[in-house]
Design a protein around this ligand. Structure first.
Ligand SMILES: NC(=O)c1ccc[n+]([C@@H]2O[C@H](COP(=O)([O-])OP(=O)(O)OC[C@H]3O[C@@H](n4cnc5c(N)ncnc54)[C@H](O)[C@@H]3O)[C@@H](O)[C@H]2O)c1
Length: 333
């Protein structure tokens, strides 16, 4: 089978990771890269031996079989629709957008087309979480009753980034809302608390630095999510599932399993893998491999446009709940 020629839009932090994945996968080649920062597109093109393009050329050049959108969030919907209208399958980074009205305005265009569209909720593809999920549904712990998700960044992103991020629920918890749905399906209500525990900068933006969210699923399972924009001990990414016959847990990941025992500490490990570019590196490659299966018509489980939309619906509900102090019901339409 011929390789899939990919066009990558956005060559920033996550764009570089995707470029590596595309170049590394036997089924894909990096054909074109585009960025409004033409110097960034050019240097990435030189590094990977492909064409530097304008974003529009990706859709018109005629030599791109699939597009990966890794530009900022406010560009996602527009580029997704352009790709669908050009008949080119698209894998688009999360979040789908920050405004549900804009998402709903293009929903019929995307869902009414048979062009494959996938959203980059990479954590679904993390090998540790995949194994955790397999064990949760293996029957070992009986019926799933509660899911606990801990997701804390080592330190806050820059103020410039946070100012346009859409707030902690839309920017950070969005991954956890998707993971919650990946385990318990439809969510019917959201209760959230937000705090300003440590960052005056984040408070000045009208955003929270620490949050706790409780979700109730359509089948009465509970999901508890703890987020913080800082964690002194490092990137803290854990999950725990309680069933009527036991519990499954997935802990943080270190580079080695070597443990040190001395007079003042026992079982000491190296620090956790640092932030998403290390901790979730495998997941970006596996997310792309799943997208390739979708393009080849094989059985594939890529997050859909509506998965992206529902994560944003939950983020909006959490924002409303944290501001009002009320539990917010979720419409499943
Ligand atoms: N799935 C994940 O784990 C993950 C991690 C990081 C970022 N993201 C998402 O990826 C997106 C990009 O984030 P980032 O951290 O790489 O940002 P970034 O600022 O590092 O990179 C964005 C790049 O896009 C370019 N750009 C801006 N507008 C453009 C346009 N109209 N057309 C083409 N290129 C344009 C910028 O010049 C920049 O090079 C965001 O939506 C973010 O939420 C996802």
């Amino acid at each position: 089978m011929s390789t899939i020629r990919m066009g990558l839009i956005g060559t920033g932090r996550i764009g570089q990771v995707h470029a590596e994945s595309i170049a590394g996968l036997p089924e894909t080649t990096l054909q074109r890269v585009a960025d409004i920062d033409t110097a960034s597109a050019k240097s990435t093109a030189e590094r990977f031996g492909c064409h530097a393009s304008s974003p529009d050329e990706i859709f018109t050049a005629g030599d791109v079989d699939a597009v990966l959108v890794a530009s900022p969030t406010m560009t996602h919907l527009d580029l997704m629709v352009k790709s669908v209208q050009a008949g080119i399958p698209v894998l688009c980074e999360k979040p789908i957008d920050l405004e549900i009205a804009k998402v709903d305005a293009v929903r019929d265009i995307v869902n009414g087309s048979d062009v494959p569209v996938a959203i980059g909720f990479n954590r679904r593809f993390d090998p540790h979480f995949q194994e955790f999920r397999r064990r949760v549904f293996s029957g070992e712990i009986g019926t799933l009753e509660q899911l606990l998700i801990t997701s804390r960044d080592p330190e806050p992103a820059s103020t410039e980034y946070l100012a346009v991020s859409g707030g902690i629920f839309r920017d950070m918890t969005i991954h956890d809302f998707d993971m919650a749905r990946f385990f318990v399906g439809d969510v019917v209500s959201v209760s959230a608390q937000g705090y300003n525990q440590f960052s005056d900068d984040i408070k000045a933006l009208g955003d929270f630095d620490s949050t706790a969210v409780a979700l109730r699923s359509a089948s009465d399972q509970l999901v508890l999510i703890s987020n913080s924009r800082h964690a002194a001990h490092g990137f803290d990414q854990r999950m725990e599932a309680l069933g009527d016959k036991g519990m499954v847990r997935v802990d943080n990941v270190t580079d080695t399993e070597v443990r040190v025992y001395t007079a003042d500490r026992v079982e000491a490990k190296e620090p956790y893998q640092n932030f998403f570019l290390e901790r979730y590196l495998d997941s970006y490659r596996l997310e792309l491999a799943e997208f390739v299966k979708l393009l080849r018509g094989e059985e594939a489980h890529c997050p859909t446009f509506d998965d992206g939309r529902m994560a944003l619906v939950l983020a909006d509900a959490a924002t409303e709940s944290a501001q009002s102090g009320q539990t917010v019901s979720v419409s499943l339409d």
